[in-house]
Design a protein around this ligand. Structure first.
Ligand code: SF4
Length: 326
C-alpha cells in the first residue's frame, strides 16, 4: 500500500495553487460530473480549496495563441504547475504515433507526459485516465497514465512520481464522483495524508466495496434473487451485479446525495475496477455449477455455495414476497 504525505505543498508559497485540466480520449463525462456538483457548487469548491484554474475545456476561455503560450510556460518550467488533472485515456494510435488525438498538431500523449513531469501532483480522473477504460478495448491503442488495466506501466511508466514524490492519484469511475475529485484536491493541497491502495486509489473513497451500503443487502444475504429488472431483490445472481467485487463508495457517498445504480435497480457494472469494461455482458451473471463465476472479494467458493444454499432455505417470507423496500 502506498501512502502519500505532501512535504512541500505549493500552498506554502504566496500565490494560489493552480490546476490544469487536460482532456484526452474522453467522453467528457468526468467534466460533466464535476460541473454538476451542487453542494458545494464548482465555484464554491474552487474558492474553498483556494485554486486558480489555468485551464479547463468547459469553463475556460482564451485565444489559441494565449493557450499555447501558457502551455509553453508550463512545459518549460517557467510557470510552476501545481495540479495536473487528466481526464480520458491516453491515445497512442495509430502505430504508436498518438496522432489520433492531437493538440495544435502534436500528439496529446506527449503533452500529457511533458506536463506530468512538471506537476506537483498528477491526478487521473475517471477510469479511462487511470487504467485505459473503454477506449483501451478499441483500436486507438489507448492506455492509462500509470496502469494498463491492472498492469503497472501506462504512458508514464511504473516508476513515475510527480514533483511531490507521489505517484499518479487514480480516481476511477465512469464518471468519477465530483465529491471525490473535490475531496482529493482538498486533501492534496492541504498536505493531508492520502493513503492509497495497490492501484493508487485513495482508501478514503475506494476502501469499501460497492456492495457495502446497498439497500438490497438483506436480499443478497438470503439469496433472494431477481431475474428481471424492476424487482427489489439482489441483482448479483442473475443480472450481473459487480458490487461485491468492486471497490468504490457508490452506496455510501450517494450521487447527488440521493441515489446509486443499485438503488434505482441497475446492477453495478464495475466501472471503478481497473479491468473495466470486462469482456462479457454487463447484465448477465456468468455461472458455473449453479453458482456465480465471480465471487465476492475474499470469499471461498465451497463455503459460499454451502452458505448460500442454507441461507436460501431459511429466507424469511417478507423477503421472498419482496416486501422489504429498497
Ligand atoms: S444488488 Fe449488487 S451491490 Fe446490492 S446487495 Fe446485490 S450484489 Fe450487493
Amino acid at each position: 500500500m502506498a501512502t502519500g504525505r505532501i512535504q512541500n505543498p505549493s500552498t506554502a508559497e504566496d500565490r494560489a495553487p493552480n490546476l490544469f485540466w487536460l482532456q484526452c480520449g474522453a467522453c467528457s463525462g468526468d467534466s460533466m460530473s464535476l460541473l454538476g456538483v451542487d453542494d458545494p457548487d464548482l465555484g464554491e469548491l474552487v474558492r474553498d480549496v483556494g485554486l486558480e484554474i489555468l485551464w479547463h475545456p468547459s469553463v475556460s476561455r482564451t485565444t489559441p495563441g494565449a493557450f499555447q503560450e501558457m502551455v509553453d510556460l508550463l512545459v518549460s518550467g517557467r510557470k510552476p504547475l501545481d495540479v495536473l488533472i487528466i481526464e480520458g485515456a491516453i491515445i497512442r494510435g495509430p502505430g504508436g504515433t498518438g496522432m489520433f488525438d492531437t493538440f495544435a498538431g502534436s500528439p496529446k500523449k506527449d503533452l500529457a507526459v511533458a506536463l506530468a513531469r512538471k506537476a506537483q501532483f498528477v491526478v487521473a480522473v475517471g477510469t479511462c485516465a487511470g487504467f485505459g477504460g473503454i477506449p483501451a478495448s478499441g483500436e486507438t491503442e489507448a492506455t492509462g497514465l500509470q496502469f494498463h488495466g491492472r498492469t503497472r506501466g501506462g504512458v508514464l511508466g511504473n516508476k513515475f512520481t510527480a514533483r511531490s514524490g507521489l505517484p499518479v492519484i487514480n480516481l476511477p469511475g465512469c464518471p468519477a464522483g465530483p465529491e471525490i475529485v473535490g475531496g482529493a484536491l482538498a486533501a492534496l493541497l492541504r498536505g493531508e495524508a492520502l493513503p492509497l491502495n495497490e492501484h493508487q486509489m485513495p482508501l478514503e473513497w475506494y476502501g469499501v466495496l460497492v456492495h457495502q451500503g446497498c439497500t438490497r443487502n438483506e436480499y443478497h444475504e438470503f439469496r433472494v434473487e431477481d431475474q428481471r429488472f424492476g424487482q427489489p431483490g439482489c441483482l448479483f445472481y442473475h443480472l450481473g451485479c459487480q458490487g461485491p467485487m468492486t471497490y468504490g463508495s457508490c452506496n455510501k457517498l450517494l450521487w447527488s446525495g440521493r441515489t446509486s445504480r443499485t438503488r434505482v435497480g441497475v446492477p453495478c457494472v464495475g466501472c471503478k475496477d481497473p479491468d473495466f469494461p470486462k469482456p462479457h455482458p454487463f447484465f448477465r451473471t456468468r455461472n458455473i455449477e449453479g453458482g456465480p463465476v465471480d465471487l465476492p472479494v475474499g470469499v471461498d467458493r465451497a463455503h459460499f455455495l454451502a452458505y448460500k444454499t442454507m441461507a436460501e432455505a431459511v429466507a424469511p417470507e417478507r423477503l421472498k414476497e419482496r416486501k422489504h423496500p429498497v
